[in-house]
Design a protein around this ligand. Structure first.
Ligand code: GDP
Length: 303
């Protein structure tokens, strides 16, 4: 499947290292856990998450009186899934689409993470599901962003609402909402600028865009999706922290998982920030955006 292919790098590196560890140790002891800790950290699972996991593993190994390292493998995957979901049932893993009214989705993230591409892929998929989709070219700052969104719009056969480069993003979003209402669109996907050079400006701009959406569509934005690049590892975690301080992020789109052997970042994001990963990017084509499935992800690591 696309999923398995896209995760190839992570899977190969992770499973071979775990298998090697198990073959070398046989017996589960303190050294085994120490090396396991290293393997997980090098897969970008995140230090805090790894600490939690190791603690739980030790507890579980003692409780079940496990001596053989082979048996630990199953416990590791079990605990990884548990850690991902945590004890919070409130998390909504799927996209929150309104039944009858317009759904407004705000998409945020720093330049280069794959924001425009992910919006294009999402538009394509929603359109294929029979939704009437429109795009708002709210990244008026990055050179080429509007044109790039238009290319995706043509490909997916969805309308793009835009203004000239450099214009006020909040004005673009305002126009787009008006257009979406008059065309009775189901979903409006809003692109935003992502220059991190000026964090305060970026966050103020986002707040302004969000206020316009809130004012024009009661209950919106229905989703604020933060796009993060998996290949940037712990940097992605820091970006997530910054954005979630500024706005209520409802889900993560984690791109370029196909380009890294460190897919463990998915677990760190969920465990340390408590934001669900809703989609993962596994390539550059429209169909390479997949709904995230923690079970499939974790068991895939050991396949
Ligand atoms: P933006 O600045 O955040 O809007 O980033 P873009 O959408 O322009 O994407 C930056 C680059 O990353 C482009 O070359 C995309 O084709 C590429 N890209 C985006 N998502 C993925 C992904 O999931 N996998 C791979 N391999 N490349 C991706």
């Amino acid at each position: 499947s696309k999923y398995k292919e896209g995760m190839e790098k992570t899977r190969k590196s992770f499973s071979s290292r775990i298998n090697d560890l198990i073959a070398r140790y046989r017996k589960v002891d303190e050294d085994f856990f120490e090396e396991l800790e290293e393997v997980l950290i090098s897969a970008d699972v995140g230090v805090m998450t790894v600490m939690d996991l190791i603690e739980e593993l030790k507890f579980e190994v003692q409780r079940r009186n496990i001596k053989d390292s082979m048996e630990v493998k199953d416990v590791i995957s079990e605990k990884l899934v548990e850690i991902y979901y945590g004890d919070d049932d409130e998390q909504i893993e799927t996209l929150q689409l309104q039944e009858k009214e317009l759904t407004v989705i705000l998409v945020v993230g720093v330049n280069g993470v794959g924001k425009t591409t992910s919006i294009g892929k999402l538009a394509h998929q929603l359109k294929q599901e029979g939704k009437n989709v429109m795009l708002a070219a709210g990244d008026t700052f990055r050179a080429g962003a509007i044109e790039q969104l238009e290319v995706w719009g043509e490909r997916a056969e969805v309308e793009v609402i835009k203004q000239n480069a450099g214009s006020d993003p909040a004005a673009v979003i305002f126009d787009a909402i008006k257009a979406a209402k008059s065309r009775q669109a189901d979903v409006l996907l809003c692109d935003t600028a992502g220059r991190l050079q000026n964090k305060v400006n970026l966050m103020n701009e986002l707040a302004k865009v969000k206020r316009v959406i809130e004012r024009e569509v009661p209950g919106a934005p229905h989703e604020v999706l933060l796009v993060l690049d998996a290949t940037t590892g712990q940097n992605a975690l820091n970006q997530a922290k910054t954005f979630s301080e500024a706005t209520d992020v409802t889900g993560i789109v984690l791109t370029k998982l196909d380009g890294t052997a460190k897919g463990g970042i998915v677990l760190a994001i969920r465990n340390e920030l408590n934001i669900p990963v809703k989609f993962v990017g596994l390539g550059e084509k429209a169909e390479d955006l997949q709904k995230f499935d923690a079970n499939a992800f974790v068991y895939g690591l050991f396949a």
